[in-house]
Design a protein around this ligand. Structure first.
Ligand code: TUI
Length: 321
């Protein structure tokens, strides 16, 4: 008879860090607010699993995002967040909607959320901007952010220059608010490494993209699961909009246009609506298949609860050894 359950098989009830305390969640894991991908089914399931589920507003209209928030509330009474992609033309309306709907946590991406800060803070919302540099992290701390997500260029989608390994400890040293590590993290080893770099939590995108509860097109999930370590490509470096995505006909054409010095307008024509094309229609040829470099390690579809429990048990064993 076995009296003690081996560490790796134990079901985790919670792991306490500054971020679990700040957000009122069981595990220090945030599900990345991926544009078009992170809709209410995924966000609610991630929150129910004890992580922080996040709806990705991406480039969607404010009314659509409001509906996503309302549907998430119907599925979970646990905390969840909304990611505001600051290049969205309706970002102002989304920022206001978040206050009206009583959303508890906001993350932001692809810009500086300074102009919304006082409105969100007055409403008691926890504000967690994604930063890709020490300078923006410091600015966000001064502006009243509750924490920052330091996102390395291993991430999928819109990225900065620094890697997670270099960015996280430098941001940790530069600010007093808690730091969440993102980019290239998909298992307990990545989680434990992030904790060693000083992070109080991790944000995970790519592994949640293939979650059972994620409604992204089946072709997209298959593409991520089949991807190897070096199958992503960064487009847009030459025009200031670097985006990491899985290599396909679209990336080849885009990179060629960049080499040929095509205008931003021409390149935008090629990518207009292309993320939605991949996510909703499953177009793997002309669609933008955003995913992180860690896709090579993401090998199967699992429920959010399985993903969270597996990461926590692997990390728990490592951090206690
Ligand atoms: O925002 C992301 N990742 C995203 S957003 C997105 S939607 C999209 N669709 C089509 C084209 C482009 C985007 C897909 N993936 N991550 C957070 C993030 N923020 N990464 C990097 C940054 C960032 C970069 C520069 C934040 C601020 C910044 O500078 C701000 C400033 O004004 O100094």
């Amino acid at each position: 008879m076995r009296l003690l359950t081996p560490f790796a098989e134990r079901r985790f009830i919670r792991m306490k860090t500054k971020i679990t305390e700040l957000l009122g969640i069981a595990y220090p894991i945030l599900q990345g607010g991926m544009a078009w991908v992170a809709e209410y089914h995924l966000a609610a399931a991630a929150s129910e699993a004890g992580a922080l589920g996040i709806i990705g507003a991406g480039g969607a209209p404010a009314a659509f995002v409001r509906e996503q928030v309302q549907k998430t509330k119907e599925l979970t009474d646990k905390p969840f967040g909304v990611n505001v992609m600051l290049m969205n033309p309706e970002a102002d309306d989304i920022a206001k909607m978040i206050v009206e709907e009583g959303v508890k946590v906001v993350t932001t991406g692809a810009g500086n959320p300074g102009k919304y800060m006082s409105m969100w803070k007055e409403a008691g919302i926890k504000v967690i901007p994604v930063v890709a540099s020490v300078a923006l992290a410091k600015m966000m701390e001064r502006a009243g952010a509750d924490a920052v997500i330091a996102e390395g260029m291993e991430s999928g989608g819109h990225i900065g220059e620094a890697t997670t390994m270099t960015l996280v400890p430098q941001v940790v040293d530069a600010v007093s608010i808690p730091v969440i590590a993102a980019g290239g993290i998909a298992d307990g080893r990545g989680f434990a490494a992030a904790r060693m770099l000083g992070a109080e939590a991790v944000q995970i995108g790519t592994r949640f993209l293939v979650a059972k509860e994620c409604t992204v097109h089946e072709n997209y999930k298959k593409k991520v699961i089949a991807a190897k370590d070096i199958d992503s490509e960064v487009t847009g470096r030459s025009n200031g909009h670097p985006v990491r995505q899985i290599r396909n006909k679209l990336t080849r054409e885009y990179l060629q246009m960049e080499k040929d010095g095509a205008s931003l307008e021409e390149m935008e024509k090629l990518t207009l609506g292309s993320l939605r094309k991949a996510v909703v229609e499953g177009d793997m040829v002309a669609g933008t298949i955003m995913a992180g470099q860690i896709a090579g390690m993401v090998k199967k579809e699992q429920t959010c609860a399985e993903i969270v429990q597996e990461i926590m048990s692997e990390a728990g064993a490592l951090l206690n050894s």
